[in-house]
Write a protein that binds this ligand. Structure first.
Ligand code: NAD
Ligand code: TDX
Length: 332
C-alpha cells in the first residue's frame, strides 16, 4: 500500500484516476485541487473517506505543497489550466499554474525524494498535416502552438531538467484527446452533447477537418497507473488508442446517436492557430509495459458518454450558460 498525492483530482481526468486507483489498488489518495471553474467535488462523490482525503489549495503555494509532499510516497500531477480557447483569451493563469505550479511541486518532490509522475499532452509536439503518414513518438521535437500547449511543453521540460540535474524520480506521459463522463462542457464533445440536449445547434470551428486522436478517460487512467507502477525513471511514454477522427465526423456521429439530422450544426469562427491533426504512436507503452486500451469502439464509448450527460444534468447545468456566453462573445 502506498500514499498518493493527486493534483487536479477534482477535474475531468484527475477524478477519473482517483476512482480508478480506489477500485484497482489499495493505495490511499490525497487530492490537492484549487477548485477553479473546472474543478467539481461532485466528481469525487461516493468515494470512501477512509481512502480519499480532499485538500483545497493551489499547487503554486509552497507551504501547502511542502506539507502534503512530506506525507506521500508519490505524486501524480494532473492539475493544470487545460483549455486552449481560454488560453487564447487570458494566458496568465496558464503560466501561474502550468509553469510555476509544476516548478513548486518539483521543488517539493526534490526536497522529500518523492516519486513524481507528470501528466501532459500530445499538443506539445505541435500538429501534423492531414496526409502525413507519421504519428507522434517519444522523440518527436517539441513545437507547441498555443499558450496552453507551450506552458505544458515548458512544464515537461522542467520535469526533464529536475530528473537530470537533481535526480528527481520522475516519469512523463503525453496523452491524446480524452472523452468520457465528467468532462467540462467547454470541451468539444460535451459542449456538443449538452447543446443538443438544450436545443442549441452544435458548433464546429472552421471546416471541421481538424483531426483529434480520441481515447476514453478510463484508458488514460489505466495507462498512468501502469507507468507509475512499471515505468522507467526519467522516461516519457505516449498514451493513445488509435482513435483518429475529424471534428465534422464526430459532430455528425453525436447528432445521429442523439436522434437528430446529421447536418443540424453550424460552422463558426475558427480557433486562432488551430492545430490541424494530432496522432499518437503508443508502441513504447504497449511493448515495454504491456498496456492495452479497453475501449476499442469509439461509437460505443460516445453513446455511453451521451447517456451520462443525459442522466447527470445537475452535474453540468451550472456551468453551461456561462460557457455558452463566453463562446457567443467570441463568435463561436
Ligand atoms: P480539467 O480542466 O478538467 O481539470 C483541471 C483540474 O485542476 C481542476 O479540478 C482544477 O480545479 C485544478 N486546478 C487548476 N489549477 C490549479 C491549481 N493552481 N492548483 C490546484 N489545482 C488546480 O483538466 P483535464 O482535462 O482533466 O486535464 C488534466 C490534465 O491532463 C492536465 O494536465 C492536461 O494538460 C492533461 N491532459 C488533458 C487531456 C484532455 O483531453 N483533457 C489530454 C491530455 C492531457
Ligand atoms: O465548440 C467547439 N467546436 C470545435 O470545433 C470546440 C469547443 C472545439 N472544437 C474543435 C477544436 C479542436 O479541433 O474540436 C477539437 C477539440 O477541441 P477541445 O475539446 O477544445 O480540445 P483540444 O483543443 O484538442 O485540446 C484537448 O486535448 C488535449 C484538451 O482540451 C487539452 O487539455 C489536451 O491537452
Amino acid at each position: 500500500m502506498s500514499k498518493l498525492l493527486v493534483t487536479g483530482g477534482a477535474g475531468f481526468i484527475g477524478s477519473n484516476f482517483v476512482h480508478h486507483v480506489v477500485s484497482h489498488t489499495d493505495h490511499h489518495v490525497t487530492v490537492l485541487d484549487k477548485l477553479t471553474y473546472a474543478g467539481n467535488r461532485e466528481s469525487l462523490a461516493g468515494l470512501p473517506q477512509s481512502r480519499v482525503r480532499f485538500v483545497q489549495g493551489d499547487i503554486a503555494d509552497p507551504a501547502v505543497v511542502g506539507e502534503l509532499m512530506a506525507s506521500v510516497d508519490a505524486v501524480v500531477h494532473y492539475a493544470a489550466e487545460s483549455h486552449n480557447d481560454n488560453s487564447l483569451d487570458d494566458p496568465r493563469p496558464f503560466l501561474d499554474t502550468n509553469i510555476i505550479g509544476t516548478y513548486t511541486l518539483l521543488e517539493a518532490a526534490r526536497r522529500h525524494g518523492t516519486r513524481f509522475h507528470h501528466i501532459s499532452t500530445d499538443e506539445v509536439y505541435g500538429d501534423l498535416e492531414l496526409d502525413d503518414p507519421s504519428r507522434f513518438t517519444e522523440t518527436t521535437p517539441y513545437n507547441p502552438s498555443s499558450p496552453y500547449s507551450s506552458t505544458k511543453a515548458g512544464s515537461d521540460l522542467l520535469v526533464r531538467a529536475w530528473v537530470r540535474s537533481f535526480g528527481v524520480r520522475a516519469t512523463i506521459s503525453n496523452c491524446s484527446n480524452n472523452y468520457g463522463p465528467y468532462q467540462h462542457v467547454e470541451k468539444f464533445i460535451p459542449r456538443q452533447i449538452t447543446n443538443v440536449i438544450r436545443g442549441i445547434r452544435p458548433k464546429l470551428y472552421g471546416k471541421g477537418e481538424n483531426v483529434r486522436d480520441w481515447i476514453h478517460a478510463d484508458d488514460h487512467s489505466s495507462a498512468v497507473l501502469t507507468i507509475l507502477e512499471k515505468g522507467t525513471i526519467g522516461d516519457t511514454y505516449l498514451i493513445g488508442a488509435d482513435g483518429e477522427k475529424n471534428n465534422k465526423d464526430v459532430v455528425e456521429l453525436i447528432l445521429g446517436l442523439m436522434g437528430e439530422p446529421t447536418d443540424a450544426y453550424d460552422h463558426v469562427t475558427d480557433r486562432a492557430g488551430h492545430d490541424l491533426r494530432y496522432a499518437i504512436d503508443s508502441s513504447k507503452l504497449r511493448g515495454e509495459l504491456g498496456w492495452q486500451p479497453q475501449y476499442r469502439d469509439f461509437e460505443e464509448g460516445l453513446a455511453a458518454t451521451i447517456d451520462w450527460y443525459r442522466d447527470n444534468e445537475p452535474w453540468w447545468a451550472g456551468a453551461k450558460d456561462a460557457t455558452e456566453a463566453f463562446y457567443t462573445a467570441k463568435g463561436q
